[in-house]
Design a protein around this ligand. Structure first.
Ligand code: CMC
Length: 428
């Protein structure tokens, strides 16, 4: 669309709505003037609604493009590392050598959590879902940093962002250790972000533990691929919570809650569980038929995406990493991997999936990869949350630093009762 306005007729009056032209992507009609004419727009699921303006991440779903601050995800996954991507998302540019060193130094100096946080874990059952624990302990961080919760102060925002990025691996690993009844490990700042996360997950104080560089690189790549994804459900939740002026730790806890659902971040756990439910390659046709049956709620988890209707560029990178990891740990001939490959093959050929553009998404491969790394399925979404924290906090910082940002307050299309008189209980 090259026009700068669209006009709509409201009761015989022509109302001009300005059209905004983005640097990439669809032109966007500014519907705000409608409010003056007592008219709302209705778009449940936000399929045609831009909820904010942003300079951080761009997705072109039809062409399978994902850019962070203009850089393609494939290049970042191949050439960068997670902490550099964090810097890029937060600050808008790739760091110079000295900026990078200072950033990594700041993150590594914030990796420990307050000793009092440990006692929070004891309030949970050992078999609690780790996402339930993460929502609680990340929200609880708000109670520990009263000195830096002024959301209008850029320095407070910077410290909070660094604290969150630094502490998420420590907290995530603590959840896992708590579920096992093993000692929780303190972070070690001489290791890389991904290496130390794997160490805090898998090492025990009584034994030496060596990191496998292929597996640490795979972990880092999983973090990069999940770092940000524009205005998805959890990011929009963080923005909406943040629009009230809530502190960043509370907002990230809200994002963790939204991420938990199986249609969003819970899909990698659901995808792996689905593979175990299918159980054997011979059962694949039965499950494909279930996925196609309109009367059956079953969906192939790890397939399809709201925005990517060509392919998910993260899935391409994740697929390669998945193969590398399976080779390294000697699981390429495992039953579950063979099953996954058969499902992928059929779904890529079957007209139902092809015509609806339902390709394997990043979660299909990340679930298999995380499992091969030895991570239990209920920790998958926690790892997604850990990695997405930088995206959430970058989007929150962008919103909060905009002059005059205001509370998000959607309206509704009310279809309930019109006014009626109260009925006393003996007359109902
Ligand atoms: N299996 C079977 N059929 C499907 C699937 C699936 N996974 N996904 C969509 N469909 C069908 C759906 O039934 C509908 O068919 P019809 O047109 O005949 O009614 C059509 O495809 C369009 O589906 P939709 O529900 O309108 O699509 P959506 O854009 O609202 O949903 C989705 C996107 C991701 C929620 C959905 O594809 C899904 O539930 N996938 C499985 C869960 C999953 O893997 N989620 C992870 C997404 S990637 C991680 C992230 O970014 O959060």
């Amino acid at each position: 669309m090259s026009t700068n306005n669209v006009s709509i007729d409201i009761d015989g009056t022509s109302v001009d709505l300005p059209v905004r032209h983005p640097s990439l992507g669809q032109d966007t009609v500014d519907a705000a003037p409608l409010a003056k004419h007592a008219l709302f727009t209705f778009d449940p699921g936000f399929t045609a609604t831009a909820a904010c303006e942003s300079k951080i991440t761009f997705i072109d779903g039809d062409n399978g493009i994902l850019l962070h601050r203009g850089y393609p995800i494939e290049q970042l996954a191949a050439k960068s590392d997670y902490l550099e991507v964090c810097y890029l998302l937060l600050n808008g540019e790739l760091p110079t050598k000295s900026e990078r060193d200072a950033f990594v130094g700041s993150i590594t100096s914030h990796t420990m959590v307050h000793e009092q946080i440990r006692s929070f874990f004891n309030g949970f059952r050992r078999d609690a879902h780790p996402m339930a624990i993460m929502m609680g302990v990340v929200g609880a961080l708000s109670a520990f940093y009263h000195d830096s919760l002024n959301i209008n102060d850029p320095e407070d925002r910077r410290i909070s962002a660094h604290r969150l990025i630094a502490k998420m691996p420590t907290l995530a690993a603590m959840c896992y250790k708590y579920s096992l009844g093993q000692p929780m490990l303190y972070p070690r700042n001489d290791l890389s972000y991904a290496e130390d996360f794997l160490r805090m997950m898998f090492s025990v104080p009584s034994e030496d533990w060596q990191v496998n560089p292929v597996l640490a690189r795979a972990m880092d790549r999983i973090f990069i691929l999940h770092a940000d994804h524009e205005q998805n459900a959890s990011t929009s939740t963080v923005r909406l919570a943040g629009s009230t002026g809530a502190n960043p730790f509370a907002c990230i806890a809200a994002g963790i809650a939204a991420l938990w659902g199986p249609a969003h971040g819970g899909a990698n756990e659901a995808a792996l569980n689905m593979l175990y439910d299918i159980g054997d390659v011979s059962n694949v046709p039965k499950y494909i038929a279930k996925a196609k049956d309109k009367d059956d709620p079953f969906r192939l988890m790890g397939f399809g995406h709201r925005v990517y209707k060509n392919y998910d560029p993260r899935a391409k990178v994740m697929r390669d990493t998945c193969h590398e990891v399976l080779d390294t740990v000697g699981l390429r001939d495992s039953k579950v991997f063979k099953l996954a490959m058969e499902l992928e093959r059929i779904a890529l050929e079957d007209d139902y999936f092809v015509s609806r553009k339902l390709y394997p998404n990043v979660d299909f491969y990340s679930g298999i990869t995380l499992s091969a790394l030895g991570i239990p399925a209920n920790m998958f979404t926690v790892i997604f949350a850990l990695a997405r924290t930088v995206g959430w906090i970058s989007q929150w910082c962008e919103m909060v630093s905009e002059p005059g940002f205001k509370i998000g307050r959607p309206r509704q299309l009310y279809t309930g009762y019109t006014e009626r008189a109260y009925v006393p209980i003996d007359k109902r």
